[in-house]
Design a protein around this ligand. Structure first.
Ligand SMILES: [Zn+2]
Length: 419
C-alpha cells in the first residue's frame, strides 16, 4: 500500500509539475501577445523583423503570434516597409476596421458615447445632455438605448468590450457607483453588471480622472512612459489620476487622487463629502458659476445675465469681461494651490491639466497656475516639475474609457472573440 502511495504521489507530483509548466507557458504566451499588441498600437505599422527586434522575442515566436492574430482578424498585412539593409518586408497593423470598443463617459451634465478602435482612436462621438427631471434609472435606460443605436449602426464591426468612465468612486468588482457629488440617485447603480446583462459584452468601469490619465499615457507614451504623471481634471468636479512608472495608483478602495476633496480652507463651505473648504468648492465649473451668479445678483457690472450658462461664462472670459476674467483667474489660483499640494505629496515629473475649466482659456490657466505654483514650492522641486495643459483632440476621459477596455482586450485578445 505504501509503495502504491509513494508511486501515486510521484505521479501526482509530475502531473502537477506539468500543469504548472503549462500554466506558466500560457501566461508567458499571453504576455508576449500583449507586448506585440502594444507595440503595434504604438508603432501603427511594423514588420515581423522589427517586432522581433523590439520585443527581444525569437522570430519564430513572432511569426506564430502574428499568424494567430491574422487568423483571428486582430491584425492585417498592410503595405511594404523597408527593413535592414534595404530589405523589403510586409507591414503589420492592428485591424481597426474589424474590432471596436464602445467608450462611455458619464458626467454630471451629459454623457458621451464613442465608437473607438483598439488603439484608442475615436471614430465617432455622440453627446447627450442629461435631463434634470430624470432619475438615474431612467438615464441608464437612455444610455442603453443610445448605446444600442450606436452598436446597431456599427454592426459591420465587432465591439469587443465596453469601457465606462464615471465621475465618482465605484466598487471594482461590479462597477457599483458609490456616489457622485451633485448628481443625486446614482448611489448603488450597478453600472458594469447592468450593461453586461444588456449587451452580453464585457464591461469595465473606471473613475473619470483615472481614464484621463490612461489616455495621456497612451497618447504621450514616448514622453511619459517611465515617468510619474498626474492628470488633473478641473471640470464639474476636481480630481486626478496618478500614474507612477506606467502604473495607475488606485489606493485601497480605488479612491486615490480625490484631490477635489482635500481642504484648502478648514473654515470654508461644507462639502457633500463631510469635509469643509474642499478644493472643488473653489475651482470646479459649478463653484465658479455659483460665484458668478451671486455677483450678478449683487448688481455688479458684467456682460453676463442672471441664469447664464457655463458656455456664456466661457465666452465672457474670452471677450475680456472684467468680472468673468476675475473669477476665472481666481479659480485658476485656487487650482494652483491644489497642484502645489499634490506636487508636495507625490513629486510627479509632469502635471497635466484638462477638462471644462481648463478649456475656457487654457494658456491663461497655464500661466496663472505656473506662476502661483512657482511661488509656493521649493525651487529645487519647481525645476524638475513640468505643468502642461491637455492637448488631445478628443476628451481624454472618453478616450480613457475606451483605453481601459482595450487594455483588457490586449491582456488576452482571444478571450473576447465570440465563436
Ligand atoms: Zn469634499
Amino acid at each position: 500500500m505504501k509503495a502504491w502511495g509513494v508511486r501515486g504521489n510521484r505521479k501526482a507530483g509530475l502531473l502537477m509539475k506539468e500543469k504548472f509548466e503549462s500554466v506558466n507557458q500560457e501566461k508567458q504566451q499571453q504576455m508576449n501577445r500583449t507586448l506585440v499588441m502594444n507595440l503595434l498600437r504604438k508603432k501603427r505599422l511594423c514588420s515581423r523583423a522589427e517586432l522581433a527586434k523590439l520585443t527581444g522575442l525569437k522570430r519564430a515566436t513572432i511569426t506564430n503570434i502574428i499568424n494567430d492574430f491574422i487568423q483571428h482578424d486582430y491584425v492585417i498585412e498592410d503595405g511594404i516597409l523597408e527593413g535592414e539593409k534595404g530589405r523589403r518586408c510586409i507591414g503589420i497593423r492592428i485591424n481597426g476596421e474589424k474590432y471596436r470598443i464602445l467608450g462611455i463617459m458619464i458626467t454630471r451634465q451629459y454623457y458621451s458615447i464613442g465608437i473607438m478602435g483598439l488603439s484608442g482612436e475615436v471614430y465617432e462621438e455622440r453627446k447627450y445632455y442629461l435631463d434634470a427631471r430624470q432619475n438615474a434609472h431612467e438615464t441608464m435606460e437612455d444610455i442603453k438605448q443610445k448605446s444600442r443605436q450606436m452598436l446597431e449602426e456599427y454592426k459591420h464591426t465587432d465591439v469587443l468590450a465596453i469601457g465606462i468612465a464615471v465621475p465618482g468612486p465605484y466598487r471594482v468588482e461590479d462597477g457599483e457607483v458609490l456616489y457622485i457629488t451633485n448628481l443625486i440617485g446614482w448611489d448603488g447603480v450597478m453600472l458594469a453588471k447592468d450593461m453586461k446583462e444588456e449587451f452580453d459584452i464585457p464591461v469595465y468601469v473606471e473613475n473619470d480622472a483615472n481614464c484621463g490619465a490612461y489616455a495621456q499615457l497612451w497618447f504621450r507614451e514616448e514622453e511619459l512612459y517611465k515617468n510619474d504623471i498626474i492628470y488633473i481634471i478641473a471640470g464639474q468636479g476636481v480630481g486626478c489620476g496618478i500614474i507612477s512608472k506606467g502604473e495607475l495608483l488606485k489606493g485601497n478602495m480605488g479612491l486615490a487622487g480625490e484631490i477635489g476633496h482635500t481642504s484648502i480652507n478648514f473654515e470654508g463651505p461644507k462639502c457633500e463629502c463631510g469635509n469643509r473648504g474642499c478644493l472643488e468648492k473653489y475651482c470646479s465649473t459649478i463653484a465658479v458659476m455659483e460665484k458668478v451668479q451671486k455677483r450678478i445678483a449683487n448688481g455688479e457690472y458684467t456682460m453676463l445675465k442672471s441664469g447664464c450658462s457655463f458656455e456664456d461664462f466661457k465666452n465672457a472670459v474670452r471677450c475680456g469681461d472684467k468680472l468673468a476674467l476675475e473669477e476665472y483667474r481666481m479659480a485658476c489660483e485656487f487650482l494652483a494651490i491644489g497642484v502645489v499640494n499634490i506636487i508636495n505629496q507625490l513629486n510627479p515629473e509632469y502635471v497635466i491639466i484638462g477638462d471644462a475649466l481648463a478649456e475656457v482659456e487654457s494658456q491663461l490657466m497655464r500661466r496663472v497656475v505656473n506662476n502661483k505654483v512657482k511661488e509656493h514650492i521649493r525651487p529645487v522641486i519647481w525645476e524638475k516639475t513640468q505643468i502642461k495643459m491637455n492637448d488631445l483632440e478628443y476628451n481624454p476621459i472618453l478616450i480613457g474609457a475606451g483605453v481601459v477596455a482595450a487594455q483588457k482586450v490586449f491582456e488576452n485578445p482571444f478571450q473576447f472573440i465570440k465563436e
